[in-house]
Design a protein around this ligand. Structure first.
Ligand code: BDR
Ligand code: CA
Length: 334
């Protein structure tokens, strides 16, 4: 079977870095063909997301692939960064090496469209940051929903689970609610015209907060491989542990993005509910809320599958074991 083409749109970001390393490892196994990486401003500014993506690809020993700078901020509102979450430059305590890679001259939105057109009906697209670049790609190519095999987004918080940015909003959606809502509307329109187009798989905090990386897991990763990639990732993770501790979660880290990347490659492992999803773009207290109509109140086409659980022997921990093993395989012990 030929490798599945995959495009990642990320805002690295510490858990995004784990997702990048994980996907490079899966490229090496031949499961996927990592065809491109789009960087979007989110956790840190665009320059830093690009810098980080290039450096993490170097450390992972990635093949040459296009890395394109996407949106420098949300569509309609100013961009607010959160250095307290991922560190001043988005890599926690990791001192990233200077990269020898260069960026692709294309805008990230153009790379989205080119990648989808190059692999019609085959591309698995994964978003682990704000959907600002994807929203612009949908302007360039409104038929994008019908060109990809599936779109998987780390975003939102469902089933009454609280937000991590406001009481009801998750960070990636909260950064650019207008963009996320455009994604919802685009898939709704496309599925209304062609119901064979798959809905977007939204993996929100109700599920992803279960992906907990502990200091013990970092120790085990270092014991399996003390390569530069694992040393830098565990340095970055120490900052993420401290952030979560400061939020009252304990000295650990929720690693949403590699977990979602793993699920994106194995959608049959996800238990999900069909829904018509819209993002609240006004609302004095609810801006950024992902409002999933799972009961059909709106009478509109389902544009989303809302992830609620995983069906995997060993559950979420077993998935993180696989992510960690994949990362350890990137570079054998020196
Ligand atoms: C999301 O926000 C970011 O800080 C993480 O990288 C993840 O993509 C979780 O809300
Ligand atoms: Ca992210």
């Amino acid at each position: 079977m030929s490798p599945t083409p995959v495009l990642l749109d990320a805002d690295p970001g510490i858990d995004d870095a784990l997702a990048i390393a994980y996907l490079v490892a899966e490229h090496h196994t031949g499961l996927i063909d990592l065809t491109g990486l789009v960087c979007t401003a989110g956790n840190v500014g665009l320059d830093d997301t690009v810098r980080n993506a290039l450096a993490w690809l170097d450390l992972a020993g990635a093949h040459p692939l296009p890395v394109a700078a996407g949106s420098a901020g949300p569509i309609e509102v100013p961009h607010v960064v959160t250095p307290e979450t991922h560190g001043p430059r988005g890599a926690g305590y990791a001192d990233l090496p200077t990269t020898t890679r260069s960026t692709d001259p294309r805008d990230g939105a153009r790379l989205w469209v080119d990648a989808a057109r190059a692999h019609p009906g085959e591309l698995v697209a994964i978003v682990t940051g704000p959907t600002s670049t994807l929203a612009r790609a949908l302007e360039l190519e409104p038929a994008l929903p019908g060109l990809v095999r599936r779109l998987v987004v780390m975003g939102g918080s469902f089933l009454g689970h609280p937000g991590n940015t406001t009481p009801v909003s998750e960070w990636n959606v909260d950064v650019d609610p207008e963009a996320a809502d455009r994604v919802c509307l685009a898939w709704e329109a496309s599925r209304a015209a062609d119901p064979s187009i798959p809905p977007v798989l939204w993996c929100g905090l109700n599920l992803t907060e279960r992906a907990v990386w502990t200091p013990g897991r970092s120790e085990r990763l270092l014991a399996a491989s003390d390569a530069p990639i694992t040393r830098h990732l565990t340095d970055a993770l120490r900052f993420y542990f401290e952030f979560h501790q400061s939020m009252g979660d304990g000295y650990l880290a929720q690693v949403h993005d590699p977990f979602v990347a793993w699920l994106a490659l194995r959608p049959d492992s996800v238990v999900s509910s069909p829904a018509n999803l819209r993002i609240e773009c006004s609302g004095g207290h609810t801006r950024g809320m992902a409002v999933a109509d799972v009961r059909g109140h709106r009478g509109r086409v389902d544009n989303a599958s809302v992830a609620v659980d995983v069906e995997v022997p060993g559950g979420v921990d077993a998935i993180l074991d696989q992510v960690s093993a994949a990362i350890a395989s990137l570079s054998p012990r020196a």
